[in-house]
Ligand binder design. Structure first.
Ligand code: NDP
Length: 274
């Protein structure tokens, strides 16, 4: 019997994770099946227990269950503790071991695929939800000179400033206080692009040679934020498809102990119009 894995979320019908993990498994000759598990909003725990009872070996967790998943874990990695969210669960002998591969996935995409270093950069991180929390500590650990967090709900941004400011130069700012500041790397960790919207950024925040990165991925590789960034002179723009594949590879490595080659999978998704 192949080992069983799944992605849990709501909605999950459009998730590319089964395709990505099937490719990884084929490439590395691992005998697994990986399916989508759509779960009603209040039924996460029930589905987790059911999947475990049927011998499931691991789960990826997506919106809106990452926080609930972290709370359900018997053990959490350091990066999941910092993020207060888990996107990768390993299930073994009744234990649920949680990790968060979002930050590692984004860094691998920036560094290995796009050849962009974070060290010494002034970073603007838009958003203060689960994804922003997942990438914040890895940005600090990589030596970002400054990380400014901008969010509509400033209470959430200030909370992150307080918690992560112990480890690096982290500031919370309202969008309308960003005039006069310029950044080398601007990361959109909001879901605004999914609504066809752009966070209310002044055009002056894009420094010369600025890199604009959107966690959201979209057909054709562009999003409303990336369009705006190009209009404002950003030198490099990228959506989050690379991050999606890289965070999946990190999950696959946790589960199977083998690191797949992400490049052909990313190329396949791009040429399929993702
Ligand atoms: P959350 O729901 O936890 O947070 C959403 C964030 O977006 C909040 O900070 C919210 O601000 C902000 N926001 C929503 N709409 C707008 C808007 N119109 N203008 C400005 N800000 C807005 O979501 P996540 O943090 O989990 O995910 C964020 C995005 O990242 C999602 O679109 C998700 O698909 C993507 N993602 C991509 C990954 C990848 O591998 N490529 C991995 C993980 C996430 P406020 O608090 O003020 O409401």
């Amino acid at each position: 019997m192949p080992d069983r894995y799944a992605v849990i979320g709501n909605p999950v019908v459009h998730s590319k994770s089964p395709l990505i993990h099937a490719e990884f498994a084929r490439q590395t000759a691992q005998d697994i099946v990986y399916v989508r598990l759509p779960v009603p909003k209040r039924s996460f725990r029930i589905e987790l227990d059911r999947f475990m009872a049927h011998g499931g070996r691991g789960l990826n967790i997506t919106v809106p269950f990452k926080e609930e998943a972290a709370a359900a874990c018997t053990q959490l990695s350091e990066r999941a503790k910092f993020a207060q969210a888990a996107n990768t669960l390993t299930l073994a002998e009744g234990k649920v071991i949680g990790d968060n591969t979002d930050g590692a996935g984004m860094l691998r995409d920036l560094e290995n695929n796009l050849h962009i270093a974070v060290h010494g950069r002034r970073v603007l991180l838009m958003g203060a939800g689960g994804a922003a929390r997942g990438v914040l500590m890895p940005l600090i650990a990589r030596g970002a000179r400054l990380v400014v967090i901008a969010n509509r709900d400033m209470r959430k941004a200030r909370e992150l400033e307080q918690r992560f400011g112990l480890f690096g130069n982290v500031r919370a700012r309202a969008y309308n206080d960003l005039g006069g500041s310029a950044f080398d790397l601007i990361i959109n960790a909001t879901s605004a692009s999914l609504q066809g919207m752009v966070p209310p950024l002044p055009g002056t925040v894009f420094a010369q040679d600025c890199v604009a990165y959107d966690l959201v991925y979209a057909a054709g590789g562009t999003t409303p934020f990336l369009d705006r960034a190009r209009d404002c002179g950003a030198a490099i723009t990228s959506d989050g498809l690379g991050m999606l594949v890289e965070q999946a590879a990190e999950s696959f490595f946790i589960w199977r102990g083998v690191r797949p080659d992400t490049r052909p999978v990313l190329d396949m998704l791009r040429s399929a119009g993702a």
